[in-house]
Ligand binder design. Sequence first.
Ligand code: HEC
Length: 136
Amino acid sequence: MKILKIAGSAGFGLVLSTGVALAATPALYTAAQAKAGAGVYAQSCAMCHGADLKGGAGPDLLGQAFAAPSNHYTIGAIFSEVAEQMPAGQPGSLTHEQYDDVMAYLLQKNGYPAGAKPLDYSATLKSGAPLVSQMK
Ligand code: HEC
């Protein structure tokens, strides 16, 4: 009885802390994707969104000026904008892999951690998970 009780409460604690961590900043991409994405960004996005992601001809892609909680952005909505509307003027001109990589880079710059599972093109388009920048 005593053992069961301990196991039960330990299990609950684990679920709770994992749930909180996931709700805040899930790992949605690999470090290799973000690294490749930095190159895609420099070549295809920086001229409009700024080398520092702080905007130019295109809007800010960093911090609260981009993805504040009140914007109610989702991962899927922003990835759709990137993969289907960007680069503005040449929408859809990059490969799926390049879009995955540049999205990984945007997430990394906005405070999302890298993980073991690569960002997947089709699944990410459909993701209803919130996109909230962890940066100021
Ligand atoms: C020729 C200029 C230009 C280029 C190049 C460009 N963008 Fe944009 N981008 C814009 C403009 C203008 C908007 C806002 C209007 C719109 O949504 O079409 C925008 C909007 C966005 C948004 C939505 C921002 C928001 O807060 O809703 C994202 C995300 C984005 N761009 C990412 C990218 C990425 C990633 C690339 C590179 C693959 C890229 N853009 C290349 C001009 C550009």
